[in-house]
Design a binder for this molecule. Sequence first.
Ligand code: HEM
Length: 444
Amino acid sequence: MATIAPERPQARTSPKAHEALREHLEHHPDDRLVHPNKWDVSRSDIYYEDRWQPIFKEMREAGPLHYIPESPFGPYWAVVQHKAIQHIEALPELFSSSWEYGGITILERPTDAQLAETGRERNELPMFIAMDRPKHTGQRRTVASKFTPGEITKMEAEVRQRTSELLDSLPRGEVFDWVDKVSIELTTGMLAILFGFPWEDRRLLTFWSDWSGDTELATVRELDEMRWEILHEMAAYFQSLWMEKAQGEGGDDLISMMIHSEAMSQMSPQEFMGNLVLLIVGGNDTTRNTMSGIIHSFDKFPDQRKLFEENPDLIPNAVQECIRYQTPLAHMRRTATQDTEVFGQQVKKGDKLILWYLSANRDEEVFDNPDKLDITRENARRHISFGYGIHRCVGARLAELQLRILLEEMHKRRMRVHVAGDVERVRANFVHGFRKLEVEITSF
Ligand code: HEM
């Protein structure tokens, strides 16, 4: 029996997540998180002010992982060396990603008692990044079929056309915000195409991604409640889109593919929703912040920009090096499922381990002169920005494609982009990137 798709619901588009947080802290300065431990790298000011580098360096010199007994996110192990992160990610039975233990970010999962005390409901969206085997395997496989080398090649022409049009539309001789005009526009547009999402509403994807990925904001109860309201609005929007597509013939966009695939019938509506959120956030902030990171790091290392201008053959390696240097997600989290020893440290069942990719990508044991951008770096591919093991990023090839094409099309146009105004970073310990990057275009 055919179902009738309901009218797509109206979803709000304001306030922006970072503006809500800024305003809240202006009126409630006491809610600002206090960090007495100098190695508590959960504090977002060090990312906002871009001064995390010496702290992690000191920690790496002292050992692969350190126990931080107190933080606004509770106690945790800070895992800071490359080899220790790979070791932990290679043992998914021992170090779980499951949402049942708290999932993949540093955020605490409220206990039943805490929820009862505050009268709040448990809000959870199950998604396969926060699942263990065997459930993870089947769901990942369904989505992964859209990211095979063959599928990525099919997307290349469209990505190139959109990138070209956008670059041709950029103002010359005028300062503008690269984050808004380029990074957000290209990544959001790509996701809209991938999902078969209504084009005119595509900026909703950015709005939702910002609200759901903001770990700092989630520590303020009032804002966390608003965050969940917004996520429920998103779920309602996707629900109606799902119903529209379920009645269709089954196009080759990702949502239609998931609906009509055999494995999909195994997923509950919540899981379907959870996995869509995963794809939106996974593909949005990350690629966006690399697109901004490329421009910022080329400006900081003009010798490397020159090298790129003179040697377009270096573009594929430059993409890897920029992903290493930027590290768009600062961390992932695992939870120990039993007592165990990790590099001489006694980790207890239930302990939270925060894998600081940002630190591993600057590990002197793996990368020479790691704080320098070097687009000829031979082992740039050893970066851990996409993670490692069974959860390694499923969208990595798509991200690499978008970044390579951006650089190729900039090169074709002999476009040089200078930082020419305000640079504002994201105030968060999870998403690592730029809120604003004012630039001006010249030629080489
Ligand atoms: C530069 C861009 C990107 C970065 C740095 C990045 C980073 C990551 C990281 C760190 C993980 C977790 C890995 C782990 O736990 O070991 C991950 C997983 C994932 N990413 Fe990405 N990502 C990027 C782009 C994308 C794109 C474009 C998509 C899709 C549109 C995507 C979808 C996913 C999904 C679905 C997962 C879950 C995989 C699993 O649990 O098996 N990502 N990504």
